[in-house]
Design a protein around this ligand. Structure first.
Ligand code: IPE
Ligand code: IPE
Ligand code: MG
Length: 238
């Protein structure tokens, strides 16, 4: 079976999972964060080189205040455990998104985590926090325009590789496979540029219930597609 080198995931359905159990939504988020840890380990063992997960979107700020607070609290805790998981899975962490809107202590933890894991060579793990693809493009265009204004760059030099170098994901190959859980079939402002040639896999499984078996199903689906675009596949064993 061919293992895609980069898998992107929209982790959806935490709220519905909790509701089905008669529990508050935040319980679903807590379980969802445990699923992230398991999947990182599975991805690492399967030889996946890049995993990018959507943890908090630019639109998620419009959720009720207590839910946003609970999600931020979970992120704080997650950053702590992530340091340990990173060691185990030889993980290099990179946060994508506009972190300037996050509390200072979370920003510091992100910086520590990225610094502490920068030389790890196992799994490249990208976490999208306060990420929105349109916001990423706006931020990129602003920096690009400033470089043109400063005469560091000339309009006729701007090509795809140049635009890419301004994105949060610079240097990371495009995902070959996108997984969205919970039955929703939309992109919700996720990696619009990067997913241009990606295969999409949708499953009704809610994120807290997502397992290695589900990940394997998604990869099997990927293998059943006739891919003519989107980079070279690497042969690896599961
Ligand atoms: C995904 O689960 C997690 C985040 C968006 C943070 P949801 O919270 O969107 O769960 P549903 O879609 O309401 O079930
Ligand atoms: C997308 O899920 C964002 C994350 C998974 C973090 P949502 O559940 O927030 O997406 P919409 O708003 O339903 O499209
Ligand atoms: Mg949702």
């Amino acid at each position: 079976m061919t293992i895609p080198q980069h898998i992107a995931i929209i982790m959806d359905g935490n709220g519905r999972w909790a509701k089905a159990k008669g529990m508050p939504r935040n319980y679903g988020h807590a379980q969802g964060s445990k699923t992230v840890e398991r999947i990182c380990e599975d991805a690492y063992r399967m030889g996946i080189k890049y995993l990018t997960v959507y943890a908090f979107s630019t639109e998620n700020w419009s959720r009720p205040k207590d839910e946003v607070e609970a999600l931020m609290k979970l992120l704080r805790g997650y950053m702590k455990t992530c340091l340990k998981t990173a060691e185990k899975n030889d993980m290099k962490i990179r946060v994508i998104g506009d972190i300037s809107r996050l509390d200072e202590d979370i920003r510091n933890r992100i910086q520590e985590l990225e610094e502490a894991t920068k030389n790890n060579g196992g799994l490249n793990f990208q976490i999208a926090i306060n990420y929105g693809s349109r916001d990423e493009l706006v931020r990129s265009v602003r920096r690009l325009a400033a470089d043109v204004q400063d005469r560091k760059l000339f309009p006729n030099e701007i090509d795809e590789a140049c635009v890419e170098s301004y994105l949060d994901t610079y240097g990371i190959p495009d995902p070959e496979l996108l997984i969205r859980t919970s039955g929703e079939q939309r992109l919700s402002n996720y990696l619009l540029w990067q997913l241009a040639y990606t295969e999409f896999y949708f499953t009704d499984v809610l994120w807290p219930d997502f397992t290695k078996e589900e990940l394997v199903k998604a990869i099997e689906y990927f293998n059943s597609r006739d891919r003519r675009f989107g980079g070279v596949k690497e042969e690896q064993n599961v």
